[in-house]
Write a protein that binds this ligand. Structure first.
Ligand code: BDR
Ligand code: CA
Length: 301
């Protein structure tokens, strides 16, 4: 499966990218970056560092530094850290991003491989909205979009109503949801059901020092954040979107129209929408198998 990940790394983004890089059935064809957990320049640096860490020779294209219409915002440092990877110091990758923007890169890639690219946005979905506006054929050229974001029946994680990615660019999510793309939403309804604890990261570090050790090094701050909201483990948000690209049967999926509220106190809230659409949302999952798959792939089992 040819997979393009649009990302704001970010600790769980790193987990998702390592999973994609190590899974034998995934051909990771590139990374595009967006603001979110960190400013976009740091997201790009971190994406390049992850590509180097994995020994891949794939392009990284930098995308949007701010939402389509909402004012720019300063990422909070207490979840992913100032540099994006928890308490780890800033990485200094040798390679640079390509000169194409994220939207230019993804539209070209989809045009060159019509019907083959699965696009997996795991940050605010701004770049995908920009790509849809840039190339009217883009949505139709993709195989499908599987995005991490939104919450239908589950409560929000940045407001009582909204998940963080949809909250940070609800206008972009509306553009994507109104496009002709085949869309699967992996939101908090499922991602809060799979969690990793400190002992899981320690076990990964022991089994696979290179990859597990990196994630274990990042996880401390993330786990501290979850502890501060009363949870002993961190959610597997972004890796679950990648897992859904590969193993949709691990999820209970409902085919429904979707919409996102773009203003007021419910900004970023995702809702079911009467209009027929090519969209679907995951409402439940086989948490034990999702968790086992992630741990197996990272530990090289
Ligand atoms: C999403 O928000 C970000 O903090 C995570 O990386 C994930 O993409 C979860 O709401
Ligand atoms: Ca993310």
């Amino acid at each position: 499966m040819k997979l393009l990940i649009d990302t704001d790394p970010g600790i769980d983004d790193a987990m998702a990218i390592l999973f994609a890089a190590r899974h034998p059935e995934i051909e990771l064809v590139g990374l595009t970056t967006v603001f979110g957990n960190v400013p976009v320049e740091i997201a790009t640096r971190n994406a390049l560092a992850l590509v180097e860490h994995c020994g891949l020779a794939i392009p990284v294209a930098q995308g949007a530094g701010q939402p389509l219409e909402l004012p720019p915002f300063v990422p909070p440092a207490h979840i992913h850290g100032v540099e994006g990877f928890g308490h780890l110091p800033a990485f200094t990758p040798a390679r640079q991003a390509v000169t194409e923007s994220a939207a230019e890169f993804m539209t070209r890639l989809a045009r060159e491989h019509p019907g083959e690219i699965t696009l997996c946005p795991i940050g605010p979905i701004t770049n995908i909205a920009e790509a849809i506006r840039l190339d009217p054929e883009f949505a139709g050229n993709l195989k499908r979009i599987v995005f991490m974001g939104g919450a239908l029946d589950a409560p929000g994680n940045i407001s009582p109503f909204a998940e963080a990615n949809s909250y940070h660019d609800p206008h972009a999510l509306e553009v994507v949801l109104r496009s002709q793309a085949e869309i699967l939403m992996i939101g908090l309804d499922v991602t809060m059901r799979v969690q990793l604890q400190a002992a899981d990261f320690a076990a990964l570090a022991e089994a696979a020092p290179h990859d597990g050790g990196l994630l274990d090094g990042m996880a401390g701050l993330y786990l501290e954040f979850y502890r501060s909201i009363g949870q002993e483990g961190c959610a597997l948000h972004d890796p679950m979107a990648v897992i859904a690209c590969l193993e949709p049967d691990l999820f209970e999926i409902e085919r429904i129209g979707l919409t996102c509220i773009v203003e007021g106190e419910e900004t970023g809230r995702t809702l079911r929408h009467a209009e027929p659409a090519q969209s679907a949302a995951a409402l439940d999952c086989d948490a034990a198998r999702v968790r086992a798959l992630f741990l197996d792939v990272i530990s090289g089992a």
